[in-house]
Design a protein around this ligand. Structure first.
Ligand SMILES: Nc1nc2c([nH]c(=O)n2[C@H]2C[C@H](O)[C@@H](COP(=O)(O)OP(=O)(O)OP(=O)(O)O)O2)c(=O)[nH]1
Length: 132
């Protein structure tokens, strides 16, 4: 088993109660699969700081980290991920895809229509149970 990465991911909801979903590009690791935007926590960073930095870098907008939503662990074949999903509020600008192939807003009930990165499935399921 390879190394374990600590990764933060943003759950961003808009005024229509839709959640932002991002398609990883063919050039990224885990290509062509959907994720919640974010990235690796750097040394010395708190998860809240990491998600605010990553969203600013990747989507060219700003968010505020609100509440921790779900921590999950997933073993890929060559590495593992500790994923911390954090609910965030958009504070300025609109998310735009720079590194991703596409961004879409989806209602919770439709989240399982996408092919998610395997590490995200637990978070997707938790989000979908919130709408029951
Ligand atoms: N950002 C993000 N990464 C995820 C999710 N689910 C999942 O398995 N991953 C994986 C993909 C990558 O192997 C790793 C995060 O790397 P990344 O490429 O997004 O992070 P980064 O911007 O810090 O990476 P780098 O290219 O700057 O080194 O976690 C998710 O929901 N969001």
């Amino acid at each position: 088993m390879g190394k374990t990465l600590s990764v933060v991911a943003a759950i961003i909801e808009n005024e229509n109660e839709e959640i932002l979903c991002a398609l990883r590009s063919p050039k990224m690791s885990i290509p062509n699969q959907w994720e919640f935007p974010g990235g690796k926590i750097q040394e010395g960073e708190r998860p809240e700081e990491a998600i605010e930095r990553e969203i600013n870098e990747e989507l060219k907008c700003t968010v505020k980290a609100n509440t921790m939503f779900l921590k999950s662990h997933h073993d890929y074949e060559t590495f593992s991920i500790d994923l911390t999903a954090i609910k965030c509020t958009l504070t300025s600008g609109l998310p735009t895809a720079h590194e991703h192939s596409k961004l879409i807003w989806l209602k919770r009930e439709n989240l399982d229509s996408l092919r998610w990165a395997p590490a995200d499935v637990a978070t997707v399921e938790q989000l979908m149970t919130e709408c029951l």
